[in-house]
Design a protein around this ligand. Sequence first.
Ligand code: GLV
Ligand code: MN
Ligand code: MN
Length: 414
Amino acid sequence: MEQSGNNLRINGARLWDSLMEMARIGATEKGGVRRLALTDLDRESRDLFRRWCEAAGCTVTHDAMGNMFSRRPGRNNSLPPIVTGSHLDSQPTGGKFDGAYGVLAGLEVVRALNDAGLETEAPIEVAVWTNEEGSRFAPAMVGSGVHAGIFTLEQAHAITDIDGKTMGEELDRIGYRGEGCGGRNFGAYFEAHIEQGPILEAEKLPIGIVTGAQAQRWYEINVTGQESHAGPTPMAVRKDALVGASALVLAVNRIGHDFQPGACATVGMIESSPNSRNVIPGKVFLTVDLRHPDDARLADMDRALRKAATEIAETYDLIAEVEQIWSFAATHFDPDCIAAVRAGAEAAGLPHMNIVSGAGHDAVYMAQVAPTAMIFVPCEDGISHNEIENAAPDDIAAGCQVLLHAMLERAGGH
Ligand code: GLV
Ligand code: MN
Ligand code: MN
């Protein structure tokens, strides 16, 4: 007998087991995951996802960006699908939940619908977006970005990693370059994710109803001075690029503090050249990540960064070239999708609050082309992008239960 959508339950233990099995691919000694985009490990995780989806009766396809779509047909397959998903790539020292949770929560929704013999009106799809993290190939959210028309396929395929390998070559190598990308109509897009911050845990709430995401800008800065011998070169005549870069790191941190509340400012990557202990560094490359929930405040942070770079270059007799390589404006999710998430939390009796995402997500780009919302669950001590990232099984299950409800409301037929 069919269950109705309202009393349908996801299987939390099955979801947890799948998460733990996926986390074995690229598992690190400290309990985390290292599964960089388009590596052999990424291929392994995709293959496992594909096997699980096919076992659940879905048809799995991938596009020219390697974005995967696992489709569970509906009663009316001419309707646009209701889509959920996230990513399977990780940070170099990432955790088990960032990305994988949203993908496997989608799979658990499919499995729960199968168990109940419930057919939805619209088809349901679970998406795996390529290179969400942006750590091997910058920027982040590239697969969903091409899908949403933010980047062209050609631009994305040409992005290189630190060894000069392109995304296009690596997609071919792992066998995940399909045909075409984007131009598809989604009825709605939902993404479940760990919060990656401390708010839900502090409030002791299992569910965050994500109303939007803060704006971001990414920069690459090249500081040029002059390489010279560390012994005979007097302090007064040096052009030490690393000294200038160090002043920039402090300036970026200062900007983060100056634009409170809400601002975040990070230098996450730095390469000093020639990186020899008795050579004054002649060149330094560093990255800057600026974020703020308010677009105008982020524009002020941008001006503060450029002013600091100019002043530091003057002070230390250097050249500092600042290039903004990526940005997105503050995102506001769809009111109806937000309401569907809230209704899901209420139907399941789960306490909740509204929250704005501090991180970028594929949902940010999906929001440009489809009605979109997200569901957050707490993570331990708010820590993420770290091997110790952790979440409670009950919270993981709760978020998936809310996802099921929201998707059923949009897909209809229960
Ligand atoms: C994505 O992980 C981000 O940097 O927000
Ligand atoms: Mn993520
Ligand atoms: Mn991440």
